[in-house]
Structures are given as structure tokens and as C-alpha cells.
Design a protein around this ligand. Structure first.
Ligand SMILES: NC(=O)c1ccc[n+]([C@@H]2O[C@H](COP(=O)([O-])OP(=O)(O)OC[C@H]3O[C@@H](n4cnc5c(N)ncnc54)[C@H](O)[C@@H]3O)[C@@H](O)[C@H]2O)c1
Ligand SMILES: O=C[C@H](O)CS(=O)(=O)O
Length: 482
């Protein structure tokens, strides 16, 4: 089992309307590194979701009348508890998701940073007055919480993708129900336990693990008490929620799929570019939405980059996330493995060459060799689809215009990366790349202080930063006649 200082943080009950409940059915949560079952978790039904919604509505009205300082205080206590228990939360995360323990601890602190940030932003929800359009008119704008929010989150960041929604929602005065991924509900339940300990009033937060993702999604889109849906996951599911939410014009925040280009010009610091590429590509075994998916290297440095990248990747240790020095854990599922293999087979069939890796790891299970593939071309599946695994395909380019066109030739627009020390090149790339985020001479851009999100089919809205609370607020214009 998982060695914890606080064994009570390993929870298999659902957190519904401020109470911990078993349900009639349960589903297993397993460790992807070993296949061992960790526990059976309560499997919530639509009736459980409705119960949570019914409790959230009145609780939210009371919460909205609290002072910003009161809301901020509880969020701050929650932050402090998360940090105090970071080791336990990291162990739970690695056990259920597989990422290396050091990365898991990094995610816990990253997730906590959103709680800290929005505990502060809670006190800065300002309105405005506007000079009247007639002498007897006084105009003002006030900001009020949206109401009850339904959140659905993915398995790859089972802590941070939740705090990135729950923190701004609570800071704004909303109530929020969370349906975590069925692969990784334990991190969400542990967060709820600490929120309860921080003094969060009953009913404001529910965590509803469920194998009925479709049913939960339909309850969120069909129940009028749910004013907003905040979703992080695949573009396909985001599309479904958008379509189903249209009937009631549901407010939506969508953090969806990506296909990040990583562009290396011939004037780049190659060692820095290799380091940034390894970080961006192989973090979480390549299972992040902002992972590099396509690497473009200018002709003059192409061979040198491929050689140095392969050398750096060959030193990555693959294994159980609890192993000291582990850099690459297992993929989340066998279907994820199949997708990586399919992308490699397709690329080789179309003229690519595997320089390193290219097959499942000897460890078996869902471990896969970190792979570098050269001579990638736009005709390959890996150019168009999000691999979501440890595959680094290296494309060649000659001119800036050519690489901008190639990089933008995708329906996605989340993260992108450019390595160059030429200011005009960098400035042009920042302006011409059609992405919500651009990393320049770095492969790691995510922080709570900056707006995280995409354009095109990578999503709607932003999470984190001073902008992240906007999606949980309504703007009301008041016209007062004297
Ligand atoms: N933009 C971001 O911030 C971000 C962050 C993490 C992951 N992602 C994306 O998520 C994908 C990987 O995560 P995933 O496999 O969990 O995605 P997914 O879309 O399969 O699942 C995400 C969540 O949606 C639920 N779900 C599945 N079908 C549903 C339906 N019909 N109605 C309602 N809910 C449903 C799942 O149970 C899970 O909780 C990748 O495309 C990745 O790029 C994006
Ligand atoms: O993939 C999901 C996360 O948003 C990635 S990050 O940790 O925020 O960069």
C-alpha cells in the first residue's frame, strides 16, 4: 500500500454535499506501474450528482454573501494544508497515475500555487463606476459569482487540474462539483478532505468519482442549476459538452488538446534547446497537453540537434514512479501505448527513421521506450495528431516562413516553443504562431501567475493569472436614476 503520514487522506468514499458517502457500486483504482489495485472507489450516479447540486445551490448563496476576506482565509488555510501534506498527496498521485514522485511533488506544489494565488485574487474582484449618460444617472458595474459550477477533469494532472478550477470558483463565490477521471480520483478526494479540514462550508465542494462520465456530463449540461461547466480533457469531449450545453447557453471553460511545435533556429543555443526539448517532450512521459508534439530544426543544425537530443534522451531512466531517479513512468493505458506505436509505425512507413527507442520497454506493462525519430514529414500521423506519449519526431525546415506555415498547420493552438537568439526572429515568431502560449528559449512555461489556455480547437478561456477568475464571475451593469 501507499506509506502515508495521514492514512485518512487515502479515501474511497465520494464527497457529496459536505459528507463522505459510500455508494451502491464501486470501481477499482489501480497503480499503472504495477497493475496492483489500490482501492475500490465509490461510483456515483446521476442521482448522487443531483443530490450534490441540490446542496450546492443554497450553500453557494450563503458563500456569496461572505466577505472576500472570509473566502480568502479559508482558501489560504487549504493552501497551507496542501503544502503541509505535499509528500502524502504526491505519493497518492504517483500511485494512481504513475508519474515520477519528484514530478508528482512538483504537481502538488503547482496545484497549491493556484489555491494561494486565488486566495489573494478573491480580495481583488473590483467593479467600476461609469460617468452617467444623463445628469440624473449614476452608472456602476458589479461582479457577482456565476453560481454552481460543474467541473470535469483529466487523469494526467489529477491534482493541479482540479485546484486550477476549484480555487478560482470558490474565490469568486461559486460552489463547484468535480468529476475526476476514473483513472485518478484519489488525488481529488484527498484535496476535498483537506478543504473540509480548512473549514470550507458544507455543500460548496463535491467530488463525484463516476464510471458514468457521459451521465455526469449530461446532468451538468441539462440541470439548469449548473450555470457553468469547466472542462479539461480531449477536444472531442469538449465538443460534446459544448454541443450539449448549447440548449441552455451554458458558460464554458474548455482546456483541450494540443499539438505543440518546438522550433529550433540555426542561431539557437543547441544545448539549451535540447534541454528544453527533453523537458517539454518527456515530462509526464509525454502525457501533458503542452508537451512538444513536433520538433522543427533548421537545416544547418539538424544533424547536430538529432545527435544531442538522442544522447540526452538515452539517459532518461524508465520505471516505477516511486523509483529513485525515475524520469519516465508508465503510460496511462494500453490504448495509449497502441497510439504511440501506431504513430511510430506510420512514420517509419512514410520514410522516418527511429534513432532511439521505438518499442515497448522491457519492463512490460505500459512502459514505453523514450523514442527519437528523424526525417519526420507533414504526411505522417504524428504531424497532425496529439501523440500523448514519449515520441520525439524531428522535422527539418529551411526558412522562417516555411516553419510558421508548418507549425500553424493544425486545428490545435495551445502551446508552442521557439529557440533562437535573434530578436527579430523571436518577435516575428511570437506574433505569427497561432497558439495561446509561446515559450521562447524555454520548454517549461506553466505558472499560476500567467494565463494558461489555447485558441482554435484547444479551448476557450484561460486558467490562472488575474484573468482566471473572470470565467467564474458575471458582470452586472446598474443604472441608477437620482
Ligand atoms: N488544455 C489543458 O489544460 C489540458 C490539460 C490536461 C489534458 N488535456 C487534454 O486531455 C486529453 C487527455 O486527457 P483524458 O484522456 O482524460 O481526456 P478525456 O477527454 O478522455 O477525459 C477527460 C475527462 O472527461 C471525462 N469524459 C469522457 N467522456 C465524457 C463525456 N462524453 N461527457 C463528459 N465527460 C466525459 C473523463 O471521464 C475525464 O474525467 C488530451 O487531449 C490532453 O491534451 C488538456
Ligand atoms: O496537461 C496538463 C497541464 O495543463 C500541463 S501543465 O502542468 O499545466 O503544464
Amino acid at each position: 500500500m501507499i506509506p502515508l503520514d495521514r492514512p485518512d487522506l487515502l479515501i474511497s468514499d465520494a464527497f457529496i454535499a459536505g459528507g463522505w458517502h459510500r455508494t451502491d457500486r464501486a470501481f477499482p483504482v489501480t497503480n499503472p506501474s504495477t497493475g496492483a489495485k489500490l482501492t475500490d472507489v465509490a461510483d456515483c450516479t446521476r442521482d448522487d450528482v443531483r443530490r450534490a447540486i441540490s446542496a450546492a445551490a443554497p450553500a453557494q448563496k450563503v458563500w456569496a454573501r461572505c466577505t472576500a476576506k472570509e473566502r480568502a482565509g479559508i482558501l489560504r488555510r487549504w493552501f497551507d494544508l496542501i503544502v503541509d501534506h505535499a509528500d502524502d498527496l504526491a505519493a497518492i498521485l504517483t500511485a494512481e497515475m504513475g508519474k515520477p514522485l519528484a514530478e508528482a511533488r512538483g504537481e502538488i506544489l503547482y496545484g497549491a500555487s493556484f489555491v494561494e494565488w486565488f486566495s489573494e485574487e478573491a480580495k481583488r474582484i473590483y467593479g467600476e463606476t461609469i460617468p452617467g449618460h444623463h445628469e440624473d444617472k449614476r452608472l456602476m458595474v458589479i461582479r457577482q459569482p456565476v453560481g454552481v459550477v460543474g467541473a470535469i477533469t483529466p487523469w494526467n494532472f489529477p491534482n493541479a487540474m482540479i485546484t486550477r478550477k476549484v480555487a478560482p470558483a470558490l474565490a469568486a463565490g461559486c460552489a463547484i462539483l468535480v468529476k475526476p477521471a476514473t483513472e485518478t480520483p484519489l488525488s481529488a478526494l484527498a484535496l476535498a478532505k483537506l478543504a473540509e479540514q480548512a473549514g470550507l462550508p458544507r455543500g460548496l465542494l463535491s467530488v463525484l468519482p463516476s464510471t458514468d462520465s457521459v451521465g455526469v456530463g449530461l446532468e451538468f449540461t441539462e440541470n439548469p442549476t449548473i450555470r457553468k461547466i469547466s472542462f479539461t480533457g480531449s477536444t472531442n469531449v469538449g465538443r460534446i459538452l459544448m454541443r450539449n450545453g448549447a440548449d441552455q447557453i451554458k458558460k464554458l471553460s474548455l482546456e483541450l488538446g494540443g499539438n505543440a511545435p518546438f522550433i529550433v533556429f540555426d542561431d539557437a543555443d543547441l544545448d539549451a534547446a535540447v534541454e528544453g526539448c527533453v523537458t517539454s517532450k518527456f515530462r509526464n512521459a509525454g502525457q501533458t497537453c503542452v508537451c512538444t508534439n513536433r520538433i522543427y530544426v533548421q537545416d544547418a543544425v539538424y544533424d547536430a540537434f538529432v545527435e544531442r537530443l538522442s544522447k540526452a534522451v538515452s539517459s532518461l531512466q524508465v520505471g516505477d514512479g516511486f523509483l529513485e531517479g525515475c524520469a519516465v513512468g508508465p503510460l496511462v493505458s494500453h490504448s495509449a501505448m497502441d497510439k504511440v506505436r501506431a504513430h511510430i509505425d506510420d512514420a517509419v512507413e512514410k520514410g522516418g527513421t527511429v534513432v532511439l527507442g521505438g518499442a515497448p520497454h522491457d519492463l512490460g506493462g505500459t512502459f514505453f521506450q523514450p523514442t527519437v525519430l528523424r526525417d519526420a514529414t507533414p504526411q505522417m500521423a504524428v504531424a497532425k495528431e496529439e501523440t500523448f506519449g514519449p515520441l520525439a519526431p524531428v522535422f527539418r525546415f529551411s526558412t522562417l516562413e516555411e516553419v510558421v506555415e508548418a507549425a500553424n498547420d493544425t486545428e490545435f493552438g495551445l502551446a508552442s516553443y521557439v529557440y533562437s537568439r535573434d530578436l527579430s526572429r523571436v518577435w516575428r515568431m511570437m506574433e505569427e504562431l497561432e497558439y495561446g502560449m509561446v515559450g521562447v528559449n524555454t520548454g517549461l512555461i506553466s505558472t499560476e501567475v500567467a494565463p494558461f489556455g489555447g485558441i482554435k480547437q484547444s479551448g476557450l478561456g484561460r486558467e490562472g493569472s488575474r484573468h482566471g477568475i473572470e470565467d467564474y464571475l458575471e458582470m452586472k451593469y446598474c443604472c441608477l436614476a437620482l
